[in-house]
Ligand binder design. Sequence first.
Ligand code: BMA
Length: 309
Amino acid sequence: MAIIERYVGNPILTKDDVPYPVETVHNAGVTKHSERYVMLFRAHLRNGRSIIGKAESYDGFSFEVSPQPFLTPSDEAVFAEYEEYGVEDPRISQIDDQYLITYSAYSRHGVRIGLARTADFQQVERIALISAADMRNVVLFPTRFDGRYARLDRPHSHISPWSIWISWSPDLIHWGGSELIIKPEAYHWDQMKIGPGAPPLETPAGWLNIYHGVFETMSGGVYRLGVSLHDLADPGHVLGVADEWILSPQDPWEITGYVPNVVFCCGAVAEDDGTIKIYWGGADTVMCVGTTNQDLLIDLCLHHSRAPL
Ligand code: BMA
């Protein structure tokens, strides 16, 4: 039995659905707002740089794209300097009545993380750049822990395989207290590098962290998805990491495209009945969705696990 049931209507969004010129639609953050699903997707322009567009849906499967992009590289200090090469891979976390969006900001100085906020997905305001270079794949927990914000992040290193860390902040702007919590495992599907995917989902058993892992082959990296479970009160404490991947490139639009053999997740939505909708970019070209169940993912983390470090 598949852990994630692919939706029969995949891909759910392609460049043909976008009313302005783009070459790809992928790596989207998704959340629920006012009875609707809001998707912020990454799209390549024809100069090879990325912007972020918006689409909305009543059922989480059928999306309509807004006429204008949602976030394009800023022309205001200090953001302009660090977004010159594009904005990528948005993740959305709701904290109280605001939606916080983390995204990768690319420039000649490297890649770092931008933080923006919106209350209604109409107006969006940048808050700060919240990392130095080089950092990608930052997901905020949708709550505070003893007054502190927490995030999973993925610094780049020349010494150690790229791994998942946790960091803390009193104000969303200044981050520290970083600790390594999950490393790739040697000769395993995620041995080359891992990174956070969807913002963590709260369940009675802990936080579910859907992440990506890469295995290098003779024809490039294969991007797959995995899952880990983190203590509810102390999310740096990993309760289990599922040993096997939960999604691997399989459909034609996951195997071929802008970058072949990629499923890459930036968003998942937990429904009240325990169903989880997982969204992923296929081959950096299209958006796909599938469904799974929180109990199944929890069981994989607790009873079919490997060591986190
Ligand atoms: C990563 C990022 C992702 C992308 C993936 C596969 O390094 O650039 O945005 O989906 O590679 O190309």
